[in-house]
Structure formats: C-alpha cells, structure tokens
Design a protein around this ligand. Structure first.
Ligand SMILES: Nc1ncnc2c1ncn2[C@@H]1O[C@H](COP(=O)(O)OP(=O)(O)OP(=O)(O)O)[C@@H](O)[C@H]1O
Ligand SMILES: [Mg+2]
Length: 535
C-alpha cells in the first residue's frame, strides 16, 4: 500500500478560484499538504500565493472549488474560524496587535475565564508555556512592540501552536529578519515538522526554500503549475516554472546581468562621503561614488547600512563629516535638501515609509516628482498618466490599471511602485535600501538589470541588500560595515560574497579583543537578552 493511502493528506485544495474586480487572482488552484512536511508555495509577485492563504484562513470567501481539511470539507468564514479548525497563520507583516501585551496577544479570543472574568494569572502562565514551546522566555506583561520583529513572529507562531494548529502557514516570515534570526526560525520549523505539523511556507529566498522544504508547489497567474519534491527540482527549473520560461534562457539571462555589472564604470567622481557620522547611529564613514558607479553597502542587519543611507539622504542629520558633490561640501539636513542635490532614496520599509495604500498606482508614482517640483507646478493629468504607463510597462508592475489603489497590489508589486516613484525624479544619485525585498526571483533579476542600465546611463547608485550575494553581483565598490562602523572596502575583482563575509568576521574578532575605538550606544543588558529571547 502506498504511503498516501495509509496517511490521507491533511489538506486538499481542489479547483479553488477567487476573483477581485478585474483580476482573477486564483484560477482552479490545487494544493495538497501532508502531515509532517514543509511545503513551499512559490510563484511570481501577484501569482496568488497570499490570496490562496487568505482563502484558507477565512479572510476571503472563495468563488468555487473545495477545501478538504483533516478529513472534512471546510469553508472558514474568518481567521478565528480557521484557527478553530486547526489552520493558523503568520502573515507577511505580523498579524498581532503591537500595542497589547505579549500575554494578551497569545490569549486574545481564548482567555481562560472563571465566572465571566479573565483569570490573568492563568493567562500569564499559559502564555509562558506557549512561548517555551518555541524556545522563548519573555516578560509576557510587556507590550509586544517592545520586541523585535523576529520575536514578534515567534510569538505569532507560539500563538498558533497554543491554538493546536495542525497546519501552520508562514507568508514571507523571514523578509525582515537577519541571518541568525532566519536560522532560528528555520530550526524551529524543522522541529515542528518532526512533531507532525504541516507547514506551508511562502518566501522569495531560494536558499531557504531548498534548505527547509520537502515539497514545492508552483502557481503562475493564479493557476497551479506543478508539484515536485524539492530535491528533484533544480533551481533553474523551479524559476522556469514560476516565470513560464525556459530554464536555459534564464541561465543565459543571469550570466548577461552579471557581465553587465562587471563592466567597469569609466566616469569621474560624483560624490565623496567624507567621514559622515552621527553619535549613537553610525561612526564616521568615508567612500567615493563614481559617476555611473554602483556602490554596495555590505553588512548584516543592524550593521549601519540603513543609518549611513539616512545620513546621505538627510533623514537623520549627521553631526560629523560632509557629503561632497561636484566638489562642494554639504550636510543634508532633510530629504528635501538632499533631493535638491539630485539624491533620491527608496526606504527599506515600504509599509512605514512609503506606500499610501488608498491612493492609486498613478498617484503613488508621481508623488516624489510632484513634491520636488512644489505644489505650484502641478504635473498635468496627461503627464501623470504617461509616467504611470511608462513605469508600469518598464518595471512590469502587475495591476489592472493605473487607477487601482496600491493597497490592493501584491507585496512585490507595491515595492516596484515605490521604485518607480523615485526613478521618476531622475536622480543623479539613487539610494536603494532593500529594493528587492519581497520581490520574486524573476523581478529581482529585472531590477538588477535595471540597476545596470541606470548606471550605464550615468546614474550613480548606492545599493543595500541583506543578500550579500546580490550586493556583490551589482556593485563595482562595496563598503563593508559591522556594528555601525565601516570596517573595510572592496573594489572590482576583489568583490565577492565570501570576501564581504570574511571582512565582517574579522571585524567581529577584533571587536571581541576590544580593538575598535567607537562603540554604538549599547542596549541595556536586560533589553538585549530579551530581544534575543534568551534573557
Ligand atoms: N483585496 C484585493 N483587491 C483586489 N485585487 C487583489 C486583492 N488582493 C489581491 N489582489 C490581486 O490578486 C492578485 C494576486 O495577489 P497576491 O497578493 O495573492 O499575490 P502573491 O502571490 O502573494 O504576490 P507577492 O509575492 O507579491 O506577495 C494580484 O493581481 C493582486 O493585485
Ligand atoms: Mg504575497
């Protein structure tokens, strides 16, 4: 007897469809999940992954098809309903209430009560036990948002387990985590799988998919493409399924992008960062940015990459050093001042710093250009439409039209709209902070290509990404940061992911020997322990 007949699948999705006005988000989707497996759900931005998850968790009703879970047909009417059936989820952006305490978040909707009164002592103990299962020790009375995003996600998982989930759904849980936090999450997933939990995992990080998943289901344009064992599906074949192209063509394209970036930029110097620094933020950094050159800021999360970018763009005002452009020293005190110097920057967190969900794609795209021109020089409606059309086409933004509210676009497509907003001002120096976060592999390649094209046209770029491999691929110069201090610089041929990592590791060793002079303002010991979750 085959394994599948002794263990019927935990989840069987058959022929499920879901339409929004103007978009068929899901079209006859199939998905089969077994107990004790990590199953990756893959697809391009807008392929329908999050929509399928929202159908499974009762956020949206589906239009057709069936969902069988644990032996019976279900049709969850709300997330709470799905949770009761045994399906729990952690969304792209954590779905807890940041201003409630950890304990309240763990127990909300399921408080232990007696005579209609909440038993707080019992709630605290229950929260502590739930956290233990994911290896966390926190002060459960503290407000959730006092903890890092990584910890918040672990709390969300603890909540799922406390609700006795049989299926745990993780939609891009690692997009804002640093390497060690990712390791920890993957370890946790591995141990939960051993315990018989089924895990549906959505991510755009290929490395993680292959590290953790047993099976992979690919969606394209809302439809099922294939299900495979991860070990039998080479990376280029997987990408081929996602984008609907021949794997060989993709391989050639990647080589082409690599060659484009390796081409040396020939221009002069555009800018010089001269010991720009700020107490408590980042120690003085210095490097040159050539015309048409891409300078990567390499380092781990929290190393000072974003802080450096914020000083250049004037979001934070430096208290040391200067930014030299065309031979003149400046110290931008606001983004407006930086924009006047020809600088633009995409923020690292699109939710907090960028996207205005209720405004249309067009409005979101013209925003920065309009603000640069000032309110008295309105961009004409026709020019606005042309700009939007241009970027929707060139960045391949998936939207039914330019008037669609940005909030209804998939995560990766929102990211592309932000990119378009700043491209529209045609800056001389463009700072990209995590431009490919949440973006699918196909589009990542396109953005890398775009970066090469912009550099070719003479634009200078500062490129920040948590994926050091990507930083190495697009940059002609890499400034390496560690613990909010510049620890080295690589140029041309010397650049590689390995070389960056080595520089970081060596700096870490020196730090331990107490050789570095400047120290970032430390967290209190207690706080550090709690953020790490083992205090
Ligand atoms: N509430 C909504 N209203 C209208 N359209 C929507 C809504 N939610 C999703 N869509 C559309 O459905 C399609 C699928 O979106 P979905 O968010 O499921 O993609 P995804 O695979 O999760 O992409 P990403 O990798 O970018 O997160 C997209 O075209 C999106 O614009
Ligand atoms: Mg999504």
């Amino acid at each position: 007897m085959s394994e599948s007949s002794t263990h019927p699948p935990l989840l069987l999705v058959r022929g499920v469809s879901k339409s929004f006005p103007g978009v068929r988000a899901l079209d006859n989707v199939e998905l089969t999940l077994r107990r004790g497996e990590v199953h990756a759900l893959m697809g391009e931005n807008g392929a329908g992954k999050s929509t399928l998850i929202k159908v499974l968790t009762g956020v949206y009703p589906h239009d057709g098809g069936t969902i069988e879970f644990d032996g019976r047909a279900i049709s969850p009417a709300s997330p709470r309903d799905a949770e009761r059936a045994g399906i729990s989820t952690v969304y792209q952006e954590v779905n807890l209430v940041p201003t409630l305490s950890v304990a309240e978040n763990l127990c909300v909707g399921r408080f232990p009560t007696r005579g209609g009164l909440i038993r707080w002592g019992a709630a605290r103990r229950r929260a502590e036990t739930a956290l233990e299962r994911v290896g966390l020790k926190l002060r459960v009375g503290r407000q959730l948002d006092e903890y890092s995003l990584a910890i918040q996600q672990m709390v969300a998982i603890a909540r799922a387990l406390d609700a006795e989930a049989k299926l745990l759904i993780l939609d891009e849980p690692t997009s804002s985590l640093d390497e060690s936090e990712v390791d920890r999450l993957l370890e946790l997933m591995d141990s939960l799988r051993s315990g018989g939990l089924a895990i549906l995992f959505v991510t755009h990080f290929m490395g993680q998919v292959y590290r953790i998943s047993d099976r992979i289901t690919v969606l394209r344009n809302g439809a099922f493409v294939a299900e495979s064992m991860a070990k039998d599906l080479p990376r280029f074949d997987l990408i081929g399924q996602m984008v609907g192209k021949d794997p060989e063509a993709l391989r050639a394209r990647e080589a082409e992008v690599r060659a484009l970036h390796q081409k040396k930029a020939g221009g002069g110097t555009l800018a010089r960062v001269n010991g720009l620094g700020k107490q408590g933020s980042v120690a003085p950094v210095g490097f040159e940015i050539g015309e048409g050159q891409t300078v990567g800021l390499g380092g781990l999360l929290g190393s000072g990459r974003t802080e450096t970018a914020r000083l250049i763009f004037g979001i934070d005002k430096a208290d040391a050093g200067s930014l030299e452009i065309d031979g003149k020293a400046h110290r931008p005190g606001s983004p407006r001042e930086a924009m006047a110097l020809g600088i633009a920057m995409t923020p690292d967190d699109r939710k907090v710093n960028g996207i205005i969900p209720n405004l249309s794609v067009r409005d979101n795209i013209v925003l920065a250009l309009q603000s640069k021109r000032g309110i008295w020089r309105r961009i004409s409606p026709k020019a606005q439409r042309d700009l939007a059309a241009k970027y929707i086409a060139s960045l391949n933004i998936k939207t039914s039209n330019a008037e669609t509210p940005v909030g209804t676009l998939s995560g990766g497509n929102q990211q592309k709209v932000l990119l378009a907003r700043w491209l529209a001002v045609n800056p001389r120096l463009f700072i990209l902070d995590e431009p490919t976060r949440g973006i699918d592999v196909g589009a990542k390649g396109e953005i890398e290509h775009l970066v090469a094209d912009l550099a070719e046209q003479g634009m200078s770029l500062v490129f920040i990404s948590s994926e050091l491999e990507e930083v190495a691929r697009v940059s002609q110069r890499v400034v390496v940061l560690c613990d909010r201090e510049q620890v080295g610089e690589l140029e041309g041929e010397a650049i590689s992911e390995h070389a960056i990592l080595e520089m970081i590791a060596r700096a870490g060793e020196k730090e331990e020997e107490g050789e570095t002079g400047w120290k970032p303002v430390p967290l209190g010991d207690e706080e550090r322990n709690e953020r790490d979750g083992d205090g």
